[in-house]
Design a binder for this molecule. Structure first.
Ligand SMILES: Cc1cc2nc3c(=O)[nH]c(=O)nc-3n(C[C@H](O)[C@H](O)[C@H](O)COP(=O)(O)OP(=O)(O)OC[C@H]3O[C@@H](n4cnc5c(N)ncnc54)[C@H](O)[C@@H]3O)c2cc1C
Length: 400
C-alpha cells in the first residue's frame, strides 16, 4: 500500500485550503470527505428554476454543479467575511479573483419587542467595518479552491472512522455509503473538521492524550446549534419601502433577519431561528416554515407571505457538523484548543486545522484559513524523513 505523506480528513474550507497549500509545496496528499459534497459548513441553496438538468434536487450541489451554477445561490451556512481585519482570507479571495460586495443595510429596520405590540419601524444601522458577501455565494470560494486541485486526490463519500498509530505510519480507515472499508497509510493527518466532532466520531488507537481529548470535547462547534431559513422573492420589494430587510424579534421564530438578495437577481430574506434546537425537533419543517412566513408578513407586509422558494437548514441535525453536545450548547465562540499533542505517539503526526483550532478567528471562515495554513506550515520538514528518523531511532534500541 502506498504511503501518502499527508492525509486530510474533511473537505470543508480548511481541508480544501490545506490541499491547495500542499499542492503549492508539491507535497502529495489524499483528502477524504464524509459527505458526497465538498464545502462542509459552506452550503449553497439554489432555486430549481435555475438548475441545469444534471441537478434537479434541493440537496446541496456537489462540486461539479457548483461550477455550473454559482450566481443564484443562497448561503445556508456562512454569509459574511470581514477582509478589513481578516486579511489572510481577504488576500485569498483577491488571489482567486472572486467578487465581493457589502451586505445591504440601507434603510430602516423592523423590530418586534413583545407579543402584545405591533412591530415598529426604526432607524437601521450599518456594520463597520462592513460585512462582506461573495458574489455567487460562499460556495464560489469552495469551487475556486477545488478547481485548482488535482481532483484524483479528493475523495467524497469517505467517512473516516479510525486512526491507528502504527509507529512508523498512521493507518487511516474510511467507510463509504455501502459500508466498504478502505485503509490508507500516511505520515501525517490534518484533521480539517471541528475538534469536538473529531474527538467524538473518530476512534484513535492508542487513545489521544487525555487533556487534549478533553479540550477538543469541550470546544463548541461554532453555529452548530443554529438553523437558517430563507425566503426568496422575484424582487427585494422591502427596499422600495425604504426598508433594509434587517429585523430583530423577541417573538420569533426568527430572532435576527437580514437581506440575502442576489446582486441583480432574486430578492431574498434570511433569518436565524431563535427557537432552541430541541424545540425545533418537536415541530415539522413545514410548520416552522409557516411560522417564518407569518413573521415575515408581520414585518414586511403581505407580499412577504408568498416566497417563490424557501430553504431551511438545521445544522444541529447534521451529523457531519454537530454532536449532541453542540445541539444543546449556547453556540458561543470557544477559545481554540491545542492543535497538536505535546507528548506521546501522536505528537508529530496529527494536527487539528478546522476553524475552531484558529487562534485569531476560532469558528469563522477566516479561522479555517488561518488554522489550515498554520497546520501546513508546521508539518515536519518532510514527512518521509520523519519516517526515516523513527525507523533509525527504533533500530538503535537495544534488542531484547
Ligand atoms: C449557519 C452558519 C452560519 C455561519 N456564518 C458565518 C459567517 O457569517 N462568517 C464566518 O466567518 N463564519 C460563519 N460560519 C462558520 C463557518 O461556516 C466555518 O468557520 C467554516 O465553514 C468551517 O470550515 P472547516 O473546514 O473548518 O469545517 P467544516 O466546514 O465543518 O468542514 C468539516 C468537513 O469535515 C467533514 N467530516 C466530518 N466528519 C468527517 C469524517 N469522520 N470523515 C471525513 N470527513 C468528515 C464534514 O463533512 C465537512 O465537510 C457559519 C456557520 C454556520 C453553520
Amino acid at each position: 500500500m502506498k504511503n501518502i505523506p499527508v492525509a486530510i480528513v474533511g473537505g470543508g474550507l480548511s481541508g480544501l485550503y490545506a490541499a491547495f497549500l500542499l499542492e503549492q509545496k508539491s507535497i502529495d496528499y489524499i483528502l477524504l470527505e464524509a459527505r458526497t459534497t465538498l464545502g462542509g459548513r459552506i452550503v449553497a441553496g439554489r432555486s430549481h428554476e435555475h438548475l441545469n438538468s444534471e441537478h434537479q434536487s434541493s440537496e446541496p450541489p456537489n462540486s461539479k454543479t457548483i461550477k455550473m451554477e454559482v450566481t443564484d445561490s443562497f448561503d445556508l451556512g456562512p454569509s459574511w467575511f470581514w477582509p478589513d481585519f481578516q486579511q489572510q482570507l481577504g488576500y485569498l479571495i483577491e488571489e482567486l479573483n472572486l467578487e465581493s460586495f457589502a451586505q445591504f443595510e440601507d434603510g430602516d429596520m423592523m423590530v418586534e419587542r413583545s407579543p402584545n405590540e405591533s412591530p415598529i419601524r426604526t432607524q437601521g444601522y450599518k456594520s463597520s467595518p462592513p460585512s462582506m458577501r461573495l458574489k455567487g455565494g460562499m460556495a464560489v470560494l469552495i469551487n475556486a479552491l477545488y478547481s485548482r486541485l488535482d481532483s484524483t486526490r479528493v475523495l467524497t463519500g469517505q467517512i473516516v472512522r479510525r486512526l491507528t498509530n502504527k509507529d512508523d505510519y498512521i493507518e487511516l480507515a474510511s467507510e463509504d455509503s455501502s459500508g466498504k472499508i478502505m485503509t490508507w497509510q500516511t505520515q501525517h493527518v490534518l484533521l480539517a473538521l471541528p475538534p469536538r466532532l473529531a474527538e467524538n466520531s473518530i476512534e484513535f488507537t492508542p487513545a489521544l492524550p487525555k487533556d487534549m481529548a478533553a479540550q477538543w470535547r469541550e470546544t463548541a462547534t461554532w453555529m452548530a446549534p443554529h438553523a437558517k431559513y430563507f425566503a426568496v422573492y422575484d424582487t427585494p420589494f422591502w427596499r422600495e419601502q425604504g426598508l433594509s430587510g434587517e429585523a430583530r424579534s423577541a417573538l420569533g421564530p426568527l430572532n435576527e433577519i437580514h437581506d440575502a438578495s442576489i446582486m441583480g437577481g432574486s430578492g431574498a430574506l434570511f433569518g436565524f431561528l431563535g427557537v432552541p434546537a430541541e424545540v425545533r425537533q418537536s415541530v415539522s419543517e413545514d410548520v416552522l416554515k409557516a411560522h417564518c412566513r407569518a413573521q415575515l408578513e408581520r414585518l414586511f407586509g403581505a407580499q412577504a407571505d408568498s416566497p417563490k422558494m424557501e430553504y431551511f437548514k438545521d445544522w444541529s441535525q447534521d451529523p457531519f457538523t454537530a454532536t449532541t453536545a453542540d445541539a444543546n450548547s449556547d453556540g458561543q465562540h470557544a477559545s481554540a484548543p491545542i492543535a497538536k499533542a505535546t507528548s506521546g505517539v501522536w505528537k508529530e503526526c496529527l494536527t487539528g486545522i478546522g476553524s475552531e483550532w484558529s487562534q485569531q478567528f476560532p469558528g469563522y471562515t477566516a479561522g479555517a484559513i488561518e488554522a489550515a495554513s498554520f497546520g501546513v506550515q508546521n508539518l515536519p520538514e518532510s514527512p518521509e524523513s520523519m519516517l526515516q528518523d523513527k525507523v533509525s531511532a527504533r533500530s538503535n534500541l537495544p534488542s531484547d
